[in-house]
Design a binder for this molecule. Structure first.
Ligand SMILES: NC(=O)c1ccc[n+]([C@@H]2O[C@H](COP(=O)([O-])OP(=O)(O)OC[C@H]3O[C@@H](n4cnc5c(N)ncnc54)[C@H](OP(=O)(O)O)[C@@H]3O)[C@@H](O)[C@H]2O)c1
Length: 338
């Protein structure tokens, strides 16, 4: 089959090429999917660059990626079933996450076919295209796991999402709205209309406004852009308000090459957790893909989760797609098609 092959960690133009790979054979419990679309997001960028270096020791592969085919999430059509698969049939339209375990590893989505465990797949609703569905799983699972995971969800909460127009933020915004929250979205001027269209009740422009300088109070701050200071956030919390850091390195613009910025920030927060009422113990468990994917399928079917796709690139132009991602100019998700 045709696939994008990653020869080493480094600049996408130097390490990625279109080549040939063996068509996967689905193992027990796996589904072979003919890929129709795969998403390009921050974690794919991290694994292609091998940046921060620590990810290489976290399962991705020390000298080069263990799995040479990038991409962690996709949508497509079921081609064949491994032994014991009960939830799908050949010909079903599906979407899901193919990275195994932690998302800082290649999952093989940038290819004509990929084998995926059935528990990381859901049926694609007819209400969305393959391109839209492909853009949801990995950022969506991070959004859901962090937003809905840490404590029982209450309708009527006021949620601040910092970086609400990106991959994680756009799903978090719509999840929060679907669960009855009031949402304030913080974004760049150019993305404010988009986050309003996604359902934000209030918007703040990060080039002008500082969400921690007063104004409304929040029950939950989801810091996707990862630039807020927890001490400043304390000024705008309702009692019992919770701060959650996603850990964004802004495509290498912030943080050290060994650890990035996310890991040191998580460690600092962890040390404060014992005495800061706005911090909860980090949820280190992997997201429950089966439950998360079922939720996304249901919300897309009901029109409560509408993925916005900015541009679709042929898979052979994945280098251009990654440059566009890192430019920050995209108004919605970026997708590649075989
Ligand atoms: N996406 C995933 O699938 C996934 C999965 C697991 C973990 N993560 C981690 O989560 C992080 C975020 O991922 P993402 O996909 O959401 O990234 P993204 O698509 O780049 O979104 C980040 C958003 O934050 C905005 N932003 C930049 N500076 C800001 C500021 N100072 N204040 C408020 N907003 C600001 C960006 O806008 P501008 O670019 O226009 O400034 C952009 O819209 C990444 O580090 C990634 O490793 C992501």
């Amino acid at each position: 089959m045709k696939a994008i092959l990653q020869s080493a960690y480094g600049e996408p133009a130097q390490v990625l090429s279109l080549g040939e790979a063996d068509k996967p054979i689905p193992n027990k419990g796996e589904v072979l999917v003919r890929v129709k679309a795969a998403s390009v997001h921050a974690d794919v960028w991290h694994v292609v660059k091998g940046w921060p270096y620590v990810l290489r020791a976290m399962g991705s592969g020390l000298a080069r990626p263990k799995n040479p085919i990038p991409g962690t999430d996709m949508a497509g059509v079921v081609e064949a079933l491994g032994e014991g698969v009960t939830r799908f049939q050949v010909g079903d339209a599906v979407f899901g996450e193919c990275a195994k375990g932690f998302q800082w590893a290649n999952g093989g989505a940038y290819a004509e076919y990929v084998a995926v465990t059935q528990d990381a797949l859901a049926h694609k609703p007819d209400t969305v295209s393959f391109e839209q569905a492909a853009s949801v799983p990995t950022p969506g699972l991070i959004a859901w796991h962090n937003l809905m995971g840490p404590r029982p969800w209450r309708a009527g909460q006021h949620v601040l999402i910092n970086g609400a127009g990106g991959g994680v933020g756009a799903v978090a915004l719509q999840l929060a709205k679907a669960h009855g929250a009031t949402v304030t979205a913080v974004e760049h001027t150019s993305k404010l209309a988009m986050v309003r269209a996604l359902g934000a009740d209030h918007v703040l422009d990060y080039t002008r406004d500082d969400p921690t300088q007063g104004g409304p109070r929040y029950d939950f701050i989801l810091d996707v852009a990862s630039n807020l200071n927890i001490r400043d956030c304390a000024r705008v919390f309702n009692p019992g308000g919770v701060y959650i850091l996603i850990g964004h390195d802004h495509y290498g613009a912030s943080g050290s090459k060994w650890l990035g910025s996310g890991i040191p920030s998580f460690v600092k927060l962890l040390l404060r957790t014992a005495f800061d009422p706005h911090l909860v113990k980090p949820n280190m468990a992997a997201p429950d893909r089966l439950a998360g994917m079922a939720l996304f399928a249901d919300l897309m079917d009901k029109g409560q989760l509408t993925p916005v796709v900015d541009r679709v690139f042929p898979m052979a132009q994945v280098v251009d797609a990654m440059a566009y991602l890192a430019s920050g100019r995209a108004m919605g998700r970026i997708v590649v098609v075989p």
